[in-house]
Design a protein. Structure first.
Length: 392
C-alpha cells in the first residue's frame, strides 16, 4: 500500500484554489508607494542631484534647500512644482532641478498624474527610470517614459536604453510608431512615437498637454518569460481607467486597452534591466536639445541655444513640472522581478514614510500554501486534486 504524505484532498483543493486565484490576478499589481506633492520636498524620499549634467546641458542642478530658496520648488494647491530659473541673465548655467527616488524598483506599474510639463525652446524634460548604478550606465538599463526637446515633437517619445544588442521587434501591438529598433544605440536607444489614433495622442506632450490640464501616464515594466515587456499608456484628465483613481490599491493593465507604446522585449532583454530609480529632470540644450536646436524655429527666435539660456530667462516661464502624484504598484503582476506577494486582499498599500522606516521594499512572505502553489501550473494542481480525491 503506498504511503500517504500529509497533503490531503482538502489541502490539495486549497492549493488549486490558490493557484486559480493567482492565475486570475496575475496581471494585477498592488500599490507599494504613493508620492504625493509634499513628499517631493523630503530628501528622505527624493535625492536632489547637484552634480554635472551627464547630458552636457547648460544647467546648474540645485540641492533641495537651494531649490526652495530660489523658488524652483514649492507645493501649491496640492501640486508639486519644480522648474528652472527665470532670472533674465544666467551666464554660468541656468539653475534647474534633477531628482531621483531614494528607493529602487523593478517590475511594476509606475503612474504619474501631472497637470503641467516643461515646454519651450532649449528645454529637454524627462520622466524616466534608470539603473541605480549610474556610473555603470547603460548597464542596468533606462526607460524614458516622457521625453521631448525644443517642443519638436507633437507626440510623446518613449525610449529604452540598454547595454548590448537588445533589438525591438517590428511587431508592435501598441498604437504608436516605432522610430528606432536598436535599444543599445547610445544616443537614441529604441524609440516609439506615441502618435496613435486614439485621440489621447493629440495632448500627450508639450503645450497641448498643458492646455488640457495634463493627464495620467502609466508605465508597465513586466519582464521575464511571463511578462508583457515594457508598455506606456496616456489618458487625458478624467478619462483614465477606474482602477487608476487616486484611492485605488490595485491596478490591472489587462483592462486598459492598447498602450501608446509597447516594447515587446519581455524575455529577450530581461537581463538588461536592473533595479531602477524614478527620475525627473529639466535640462537645457545639451546633447539632444542643443544639437537639434537649429532644426526648429527656435534658432530664428533666439539665435543660438546658449544665447537663449544665458540671456532670456523669461522664455522659460513654462519650463516647469506640476505633479499631483507618482504611484508605484510593484507587488504581484506574476513576473520574475515582481515583489513577493501571496496576492491576497490583506496586502495593503504602504506609505512612503512607513516603507522608509522599515527599509527595503517591504516584500511580504505568503502563507505556506501560497508558497507551495506559486511555482506550480494550474494544470498540475488539477491533477494533484484529482489524484488525492481518488485515494481519499
Amino acid at each position: 500500500m503506498p504511503s500517504h504524505s500529509p497533503l490531503t484532498a482538502t489541502a490539495a483543493a486549497g492549493l488549486l484554489a490558490t493557484a486559480l486565484f493567482n492565475s486570475a490576478s496575475a496581471s494585477s499589481w498592488t500599490l507599494t508607494d504613493t508620492y504625493d506633492a509634499n513628499s517631493f520636498l523630503q530628501t528622505s524620499s527624493w535625492n536632489y542631484s547637484t552634480g554635472t549634467d551627464p547630458t552636457h546641458g547648460l544647467v546648474v542642478y540645485q540641492s533641495a534647500d537651494q531649490a526652495k530658496q530660489l523658488n524652483l520648488t514649492r507645493v501649491e494647491n496640492d501640486l508639486f512644482y519644480m522648474g528652472v530659473s527665470t532670472v533674465e541673465e544666467q551666464l554660468a548655467g541656468r539653475p534647474s532641478i534633477r531628482i531621483n527616488s531614494q528607493k529602487s524598483y523593478s517590475d511594476g506599474i509606475y503612474v504619474l498624474n501631472a497637470t503641467h510639463m516643461p515646454t519651450s525652446c532649449a528645454v529637454w524634460p524627462a520622466w524616466w527610470t534608470v539603473t541605480k548604478n549610474l556610473d555603470s550606465w547603460p548597464i542596468g538599463g533606462e526607460i524614458d517614459i516622457i521625453e521631448n526637446a525644443n517642443d519638436q515633437y507633437d507626440s510623446n517619445l518613449a525610449s529604452l536604453h540598454t547595454n548590448g544588442s537588445c533589438i525591438l521587434p517590428e511587431a508592435n501591438n501598441g498604437t504608436g510608431i516605432i522610430a528606432y529598433q536598436d535599444c543599445g544605440d547610445s544616443s537614441t536607444g529604441c524609440r516609439i512615437e506615441m502618435n496613435g489614433t486614439t485621440g489621447a495622442s493629440a495632448s500627450n506632450t508639450g503645450p497641448a498637454f498643458n492646455k488640457a490640464d495634463g493627464g495620467i501616464y502609466a508605465m508597465e515594466r513586466s519582464l521575464g518569460s511571463t511578462g508583457n515587456g515594457i508598455r506606456v499608456w496616456f489618458w487625458p484628465q478624467g478619462s483614465a481607467p477606474s482602477d487608476l483613481a487616486s484611492g485605488s490599491n490595485s491596478v490591472n493593465p489587462a483592462n486598459w486597452g492598447k498602450p501608446g507604446a509597447q516594447f515587446a522585449i519581455a524575455d529577450e532583454c530581461h537581463a538588461d534591466f536592473g533595479e531602477h530609480q524614478i527620475t525627473f529632470d529639466i535640462t537645457l540644450c545639451g546633447d539632444w536639445a542643443g544639437n537639434t536646436y537649429e532644426q526648429t524655429s527656435c534658432a530664428k527666435t533666439y539665435g543660438a541655444c546658449s544665447a537663449q539660456v544665458g540671456y532670456n530667462g523669461s522664455s522659460f516661464n513654462e519650463a516647469y513640472w506640476a505633479v499631483d502624484s507618482v504611484r508605484v504598484f510593484s507587488t504581484g503582476g506574476g513576473t520574475d522581478n515582481a515583489a513577493n506577494s501571496a496576492n491576497t486582499a490583506s496586502v495593503s498599500a504602504s506609505s512612503v514614510s512607513a516603507e522608509n522606516a522599515k527599509g527595503g521594499n517591504g516584500s511580504s512572505s505568503g502563507a505556506m500554501v501560497a508558497a507551495v502553489a506559486l511555482p506550480w501550473s494550474v494544470a498540475a494542481l488539477v491533477a494533484v486534486v484529482s489524484a488525492w480525491t481518488l485515494v481519499a
